[in-house]
Design a protein around this ligand. Structure first.
Ligand SMILES: NC(=O)c1ccc[n+]([C@@H]2O[C@H](COP(=O)([O-])OP(=O)(O)OC[C@H]3O[C@@H](n4cnc5c(N)ncnc54)[C@H](OP(=O)(O)O)[C@@H]3O)[C@@H](O)[C@H]2O)c1
Length: 258
């Protein structure tokens, strides 16, 4: 039976592993705790156990604040994960990117994602193609931002118009591609409703009491006016944010589902 090696151990890695396992395939998560640091060359051969590798999923991330740092991280990540995927004869190298990132490259993370897509495509071969799954922001996004940005009861909330989506629904799309239930083709996924990040944070249980609107650094106008919204050719997947919150009232997923 084939397996997917997932580089990263965060929320995407865990959701993708669950989705792949629901299809009866194996998923192996590897991260820095296993000696796999994507800032340099990595070796995934110890994680195959002699099994064929359906896919290598790149599920790494950085909180770099400067575009140049984010670009350096994601470029290195894509290049090193692609090379390692080739070395284990993986059926594909999957990258999960962000809808509209190329329209808001002043924001460090999005500049990095554009560089990651480019590096993955440049390293692709016929045997191990680069499959890019672009998704809008996940329902877990406001909770992740609260954890990073809130200082006691006060939180700066970047002004963003979004069309957020459930991470598990994105993970299902990734899993279907990996296990061969879909064409080995890039995909674009979003949720059913448009809303602002401030509206999402306001609905979280335990939200910071004082929420101060701030511009998204480097891409204020684009984020506020909807450059991150999908523009067509995008697959809409449920559930609605309100329905997802019933199961995840504080907006977190890792602790509840792990
Ligand atoms: N959040 C969203 O709304 C959203 C939407 C679309 C796409 N995405 C993309 O999804 C990807 C994953 O995001 P996430 O929310 O799952 O991130 P996350 O929970 O912060 O996890 C990121 C993972 O990156 C790994 N990592 C960081 N530096 C590393 C290094 N030098 N070497 C190896 N691994 C390293 C870490 O693994 P270890 O600490 O175990 O090493 C960590 O588990 C990101 O690229 C993001 O752009 C996110």
């Amino acid at each position: 039976m084939g397996r997917t090696i997932i580089v990263g151990t965060g929320v995407l890695a865990q959701a993708a592993a669950r989705a792949i396992e629901r299809h009866g395939r194996q998923a192996v998560l590897v991260g820095r705790r296993d000696g796999v640091d994507v800032r340099g060359p990595i070796d995934l051969r110890p994680f195959t156990d002699g099994e064929p590798v359906d896919a290598v999923l790149e599920a790494t991330s950085t909180h770099a604040n400067r575009p140049a740092d984010a670009v350096r991280f994601f470029e290195a990540s894509a290049r090193h994960v692609a090379a390692a995927a080739h070395d284990v004869d993986a059926g594909m190298h999957v990258v999960v990117s962000i809808v509209g990132c190329h329209r808001a490259t002043g924001y460090a993370h999005y500049a990095g994602k554009v560089a990651q897509e480019r590096a993955a495509r440049a390293a692709a071969t016929d045997a191990t193609p680069a499959i890019i799954v672009r998704s809008t922001q996940w329902f877990t996004f406001p909770g992740q931002l609260v954890d990073r940005l809130a200082r006691g009861p006060v939180m700066p909330v970047p002004s963003m118009r979004l069309r957020p989506v459930a991470l598990d629904s994105v993970a299902d799309v990734v899993a279907e591609i990996v296990v061969g239930k879909r064409e080995r083709e890039s995909a674009c996924v979003c949720g059913p409703e448009t809303m602002t990040l401030a509206q999402m944070v306001a609905r979280l249980e335990g939200r910071p009491a004082v929420r101060i609107p701030v511009p998204l650094p480097g891409a204020a106008r684009e984020a506020r006016t909807g450059a991150l919204l999908p523009t067509g050719g995008v697959e809409v997947v449920g559930p609605r944010f309100e329905d997802w919150l019933r199961e995840h009232p504080d907006g977190r997923q890792r602790e509840l589902d792990a």
